[in-house]
Design a protein around this ligand. Structure first.
Ligand SMILES: [Zn+2]
Length: 109
């Protein structure tokens, strides 16, 4: 019996893996994030305006307008709340939006 595998694996690892690995790992990650981001983002319509303007935007204190882009975000409040998209940061590590100031506080930036 001849044992040759070590040579083969080494060659494969040094030549093939780098290129293949990076192109394979990047794509699904990107797609996943885009999907989550899209799921958390909505446009304000009349029904949502009525419902959400009971408290308004907790990040800036203003009311929502029709057509505003808002996202479900974590912040200094309990759980998730809708705030303007411009006031939120998407954290790729945890796959959720955070209110900017809150995010800077917890990340120590
Ligand atoms: Zn706002």
């Amino acid at each position: 019996m001849l044992k040759e595998p070590p040579l083969d694996t080494q060659e494969w690892a040094s030549s093939g893996s780098v290129g293949v690995f990076s192109s394979q790992t990047k794509e699904p990650e990107k797609g996943g994030c885009m999907e989550t981001k899209a799921k958390l983002k909505i446009l304000i319509d009349l029904e949502k305006q009525n419902r959400l303007n009971a408290e308004g935007c907790l990040a800036c204190g203003h009311k929502f307008n029709l057509g505003d882009e808002v996202v479900l975000a974590r912040g200094k409040w309990q759980g998730f709340k809708f705030i303007h998209e411009g006031e939120a940061i998407f954290d790729q590590g945890s796959d959720v939006y955070y209110e900017r100031k809150y995010y800077q506080t917890i990340k120590g930036v």
